[in-house]
Structures are given as structure tokens and as C-alpha cells.
Ligand binder design. Structure first.
Ligand code: ARG
Length: 455
């Protein structure tokens, strides 16, 4: 490839050390799109003829069709996607192909390709997140009457609708969608025309190229343009958070599917058995989604570490951006799809949920609120309920099993109507402030999300 300055062949070891075609071949579509737009700018500047541009277009189209059909032969000695395509084009069409790289470097070319690639992936990931949200909303709606204990510190805290719990994740994934869309907005700027570092003495119509490729604008500093990978970091950060959200949901599903909780059972299609223990039905989807968080977070750290300390401008280190980016994109898309599928097959064990949420200790705070409504300062009310809880612990009973006399021995503020606090239906209906899980609120949120998600 390098016929001018070099006299010796690249060492075999360097060849395999430095090649990127084994993974960056995935950029072929975007590389071809970039070249097509670039050739239009070359024609406009009078650097190639109309006919030459047509030859380039036909050649690239043919190459693209062969790649698509899996018939194109990648050559490791041509190092990367850019040189593989360009060399093959020149082999096929001759001089016109050799003109294509005018006023262009692989530095601005690869920066353009990755932006184009990730731009599409942002849309696909946004769709995956939406699918996931829809699956959660569907489950919330299907099981809208089911109450479960809500937990803090993994200790039973207060009753909530299962739907309220699920919709918490819908909120998280919505912020994820916004972050991905936001990252896309910032990456949608054209670097092509920045050359290797300092643009070119040959001036092309960059605005036209941007328009052809669907970029919102063009970069304003050639040095930044060829060395900026912020957009990839931003996306990897957004995806790391998606992975963390999936991992937390996984943990809930794993707990809920355990014998100890027994709140849900997962469908056979999304679980596996044990090679040894015949009774096992393992929540592998959730475990794998949780496990894959490690690599998705790792990919973010990997790219940040690669970029740290790089002097201006492009350095070959930057070739290391691709594998983490590809891996996170692939991992998140797959995790979202399989998780959404799994949620569709979740069966809720209503009896187990009802038994767990019947724990009257879950309503201890409601009893304190009862005293507050009677004019007792909250800190004092907290203590008066605490005394009742202590008495229950001593007797091995629940709050509703204490007598009125027991309560009044603790405080005269307790009256016979205190027992109304233990009516779960009333307790839920009372939680009607914005964001709280009254049945009306949860139903309204389900409607809101269904409309927002077009489900
Ligand atoms: N394969 C390279 C990369 O991904 C393309 C840019 C190479 N530029 C260079 N001057 N060697 O970063």
C-alpha cells in the first residue's frame, strides 16, 4: 500500500497487531456512504469529472452489494475498512478510484464513519429501550391489582402495587432514552474535510457533504474533529447506565423468582435447568443481563483510559475505540430484546404476593400518620408506634392483634378507629399525592405511559 516512502514490507507481527479489518469491517456501509458524499464534493470542486464520479459510485455500489452478500474478501494486509474498500475500488475502476482520497485522510474518514455508525445505533437502542418500557407497562397493566411489599435495605417497608414498582423502571429507561437521543444530537456533526489534522489546501463544500449524509452541522476545528471521541464516550456512559438499570431489574426478578419470595415464575422459554439438580429452573436471562453489566461498564472505562493522556491530535491508540463501542452496542441491544421477551412470559403468583403484603407491620407508618392526624407531633407518634411494635415482637403477634386497651396503655391518643389503618385497600387509596401509589395514580400512570409509548 505504502509505495512511496517505504522499501520494506510490514513485519508479519505488526500486520496482525495493527489490523482492524477483523472488527471495523462493520463500518462498511458508512464508509461507502461517506465516500459517495465525498466524491460529490470532489466533483463540485472540479477535481473529478461527472463520469469519474459515476464510476466511483458504480464501483462502490458493486463492492457494497458483494459485502452485503458475504462475497467480498477482506485483506488483512490492507489493514482497515477504509483501505480495503478504496484499494478494491481502484483495482476495479483505475484512476478515478485513485482520486477518491483527495483532500481526505483516514483520520477524518474514520471519525465520520463512527459517527454515522453510532448515529444509527442510537436509533436502534432507543427502539430497544422503548420495547423494554412497553413490556414493563404491559406487565404492570396485566397485574394491576397485585400488591407487594416495597423494600428498603431489602427489609419490608411499605405496601406498593407491583405496577408502581415496574413503572419505576419505565422512568429509568425513559431517562436512558433521553440520554441516548441527546448523545446522538451531539454526535451528528460532520468531521469530514478536516483531513489528517489541518484540513486541506484543496477546499471542498463541507456543508453540502453534511447535508448529503444527514449531519446537522460541520465541525469548526480540524484538530478537534480528528481527535474527538467524546461522542463515543457519551454513548458508552449512557449505555453503562442502561446496563446498571437492567442489572437492578435483574436482581429484583431473581429475588422474586426465588423460592423465598415466590412472587413470580418465569416461562420455560426463558429459563434453564440444572445439569445436576432436576428441580432447578434458573433465571439465566436476568443473571446474564446482570453479569454483562461488568463488560458494559468496563467498555466505558476502557475508552476513557485509552483517551486519557493522548496528545493532540489523532493517535493510533484511537483505533482501540471500536471494540468497546461495538461490544456495548451489541450487548445492550441483545439484553434489552431478550429481557423484554422474558417479561412477556412472567407469571405472577398472586397468592404469594398477597401473603407477603398482608404483613401488617407494613402499615406501621400509616398508624403513625393516624396519630399525626390527631395532632401528635410526628417524632412522638413514631415513638408511640415503636412501642406497639415492641409489644408485638414480645408477644409474637401483629399490630392488628393488639387490643385497644394495649394501645391506650401506650397512649390515650389511640382510639378505636386506629384499626382502620390496617385496611390495606384504604391504606393504598390514601396514598394519592403525586408520585405515590394509590390505585388511581397507578392506573393514570399506566395510561400515560401507554400513550407516550404508543403501546
Ligand atoms: N483504522 C484506523 C482507526 O481506526 C483508521 C485511521 C488510521 N489513521 C492513521 N493515520 N493510521 O483509527
Amino acid at each position: 500500500m505504502w509505495k512511496g516512502r517505504f522499501h520494506e514490507q510490514t513485519a508479519d507481527l505488526l500486520r496482525s497487531f495493527s489490523e482492524s479489518i477483523s472488527f471495523d469491517w462493520r463500518l462498511w456501509r458508512h464508509d461507502i456512504a461517506g465516500s459517495l458524499a465525498h466524491s460529490a464534493a470532489l466533483e463540485k470542486a472540479g477535481l473529478i469529472s461527472k463520469d469519474e464520479r459515476a464510476q466511483i459510485a458504480a464501483g462502490l455500489e458493486q463492492i457494497g452489494a458483494e459485502i452485503e452478500a458475504g462475497k467480498f474478501e477482506w485483506k488483512v494486509e490492507l489493514e482497515d475498512i477504509h483501505m480495503n474498500i478504496e484499494a478494491e475500488l481502484t483495482k476495479r475502476i483505475g484512476p478515478a478510484g485513485a482520486k477518491l482520497h483527495t483532500a481526505r485522510s483516514r483520520n477524518d474518514q474514520v471519525a465520520t464513519d463512527i459517527r454515522l455508525f453510532l448515529r444509527d445505533e442510537c436509533v436502534a437502542i432507543g427502539a430497544g429501550l422503548r420495547e423494554m418500557q412497553r413490556a414493563l407497562v404491559a406487565l404492570a397493566e396485566r397485574e394491576k391489582d397485585v400488591l407487594i411489599p416495597g423494600y428498603t435495605h431489602l427489609q419490608r417497608a411499605q405496601p406498593v402495587y407491583l405496577g408502581h414498582h415496574l413503572l419505576a423502571y419505565v422512568e429509568m429507561f425513559d431517562r436512558d432514552r433521553q440520554r441516548v437521543a441527546d448523545a446522538r444530537r451531539r454526535m451528528n456533526v460532520l468531521p469530514l474535510g478536516s483531513g489528517a489534522i489541518a484540513g486541506s489546501t484543496i477546499v471542498l463544500d463541507r456543508e453540502m457533504v453534511a447535508k448529503m449524509l444527514g449531519f446537522d452541522s460541520i465541525t469548526q476545528n480540524s484538530m478537534d474533529a480528528v481527535s474527538d471521541r467524546d461522542f463515543a464516550v457519551e454513548l458508552l456512559a449512557a449505555l453503562a447506565l442502561v446496563a446498571v438499570h437492567l442489572s437492578r431489574l435483574s436482581e429484583d426478578v431473581i429475588l422474586w423468582a426465588s423460592g423465598e419470595f415466590g412472587f413470580v415464575s418465569l416461562s420455560d422459554a426463558y429459563t434453564t435447568g440444572s445439569s445436576l439438580m432436576p428441580q432447578k429452573k434458573n433465571p439465566d436471562v436476568a443473571e446474564l443481563a446482570r453479569g454483562k453489566t461488568g463488560r458494559v461498564v468496563g467498555n466505558l472505562v476502557s475508552l476513557l483510559t485509552t483517551l486519557k493522556g493522548l496528545p493532540m491530535t489523532y493517535n493510533r491508540d484511537m483505533q482501540e475505540d471500536k471494540e468497546p463501542v461495538f461490544d456495548s452496542v451489541d450487548t445492550i441491544k441483545a439484553s434489552l430484546a431478550v429481557f423484554a421477551g422474558m417479561l412477556g412470559g412472567v407469571k405472577v403468583n398472586a397468592a404469594a404476593c398477597a401473603a407477603a403484603v398482608a404483613d401488617p407491620m407494613l402499615l406501621a407508618t400509616d398508624l403513625a400518620d393516624y396519630l399525626v392526624n390527631r395532632g401528635v407531633p410526628f417524632r412522638h407518634a413514631h415513638e408511640l408506634v415503636g412501642k406497639a411494635v415492641a409489644l408485638c415482637t414480645q408477644r409474637g403477634c401483629g399490630l392488628p392483634q393488639l387490643s385497644l386497651a394495649d394501645y391506650q396503655a401506650i397512649s390515650p391518643e389511640y382510639r378505636a378507629d386506629l384499626f382502620d389503618c390496617f385496611d390495606l385497600k384504604k391504606a393504598m387509596a390514601a396514598r394519592k399525592g403525586t408520585g405515590a401509589p394509590s390505585p388511581g395514580n397507578v392506573a393514570a400512570q399506566i395510561v400515560r405511559w401507554r400513550e407516550a409509548l404508543g403501546a
